[in-house]
Design a protein around this ligand. Structure first.
Ligand code: SF4
Length: 311
């Protein structure tokens, strides 16, 4: 059960990976980007310095314990509170998982550090790597992703180099926001660079959850559908997650709180991931709200529950 781990969370609902055990390799919001659409809020430590942000020994110990006591997930994903490639031992941690389990490993990265040979090499053993590109030139990169210190050409060059070297499944996520990068001419430019990267799949995402900046507005499904046809092959719109089966653990207040610290969720999403009845989930969220540990956020006619250690 996730609440006894410091660096593992979930399995959580994922639109791409069904039930995914997350491995968090950085402290909260440590990232080389400060994206306006980030669902975790503003970046607290904007950096491109690579180091052992959290203890590699502790992560391996927690993974071994989880393999022994639970070990059920559709994916193990390097993701969480920040940019996982900032951790210097990400390659070693992937190798550790591959040596102990058959569960596929995914890495969700913003792609910034793929300019670095060592980082590219460390991701080669992952089964799936998801990179991102939501800008089409340097000004749009600075506006949308607000990187620590890089430019658009270097970002694309790093992603293209990795795509050439990598033999696993490469996905490219394009995050579109109304009035920011959703004009067909802008999307055509992004599609041109996506073609240079040539991933196995291109996925369109938009702001269905609360974002760091209010200006990061959702693009409608109908518009995304039209924009998806600009890409070759056509991009896929990431649908809502589907949980393949009921997880084999029972949630409690702490497990729900831990999940909400990492991502805002609706009651239905919490119910799906923990295999609990909505009324039961409501009982726990009611208690957490009463204790001031979580709050609700209204977004696009949905109520999300979000936790923060600062509430
Ligand atoms: S969306 Fe990802 S890359 Fe962008 S700031 Fe958030 S954690 Fe970093």
């Amino acid at each position: 059960m996730s609440q006894k781990y410091k660096h593992l969370f979930g399995p959580v609902p994922s639109r791409r990976f069904n039930r995914s055990l997350g491995v968090d390799l950085t402290p909260f919001k440590t990232c080389c980007f400060d994206c306006i659409f980030c669902q975790l809020g503003k970046t607290l430590n904007l950096t491109n310095t690579r180091k052992e942000y959290v203890s590699t020994k502790e992560i391996k110990y927690e993974l071994d314990d989880w393999f022994e006591k639970d070990g059920q997930a559709d994916y193990i994903t390097m993701a969480g509170s920040g940019e996982p490639t900032l951790h210097t031992d990400i390659g070693e941690i992937i190798s550790h998982i591959k040596a102990k389990s058959c569960i596929p490993v995914a890495v969700l990265t913003n792609g910034y550090l793929l300019q670095n040979n060592e980082v590219r090499k460390s991701l080669l053993k992952a089964d799936t790597v998801k990179i991102s590109l939501s800008a089409w030139d340097n000004s749009s990169l600075q506006l949308i992703n607000r990187p620590y210190d890089t430019n658009f050409d270097a970002l694309v060059e790093g992603e293209v180099s990795f795509a050439k070297e990598y033999k696993g499944t490469l996905w490219l996520e394009v995050f579109l926001m109304e009035g920011i990068n959703s004009d067909p001419e802008q999307v055509k430019q992004i599609a041109k660079y996506a073609q240079q990267i040539s991933p196995n799949k291109i996925q369109l995402n938009t702001s269905v959850r609360p974002t760091a900046e209010a200006c990061a507005k959702k693009v409608s499904y109908e518009k995304l559908k039209t924009l998806s046809e600009i890409f070759t092959p056509n991009a896929e719109i990431i649908a809502d997650f589907i949980i393949s089966e009921t997880p084999k653990f029972i949630a409690d207040e702490n497990a729900i709180y831990e999940m909400l610290l990492r991502r805002p969720c609706t009651l239905k999403q919490i119910s799906d991931v923990f295999g609990m009845h909505l009324n039961e989930v409501a009982k726990y969220t009611g208690k957490l709200q009463k204790d001031g540990k979580i709050k609700t956020i209204r977004q696009y006619d949905e109520t999300y529950y979000s936790a923060s250690k600062d509430f």
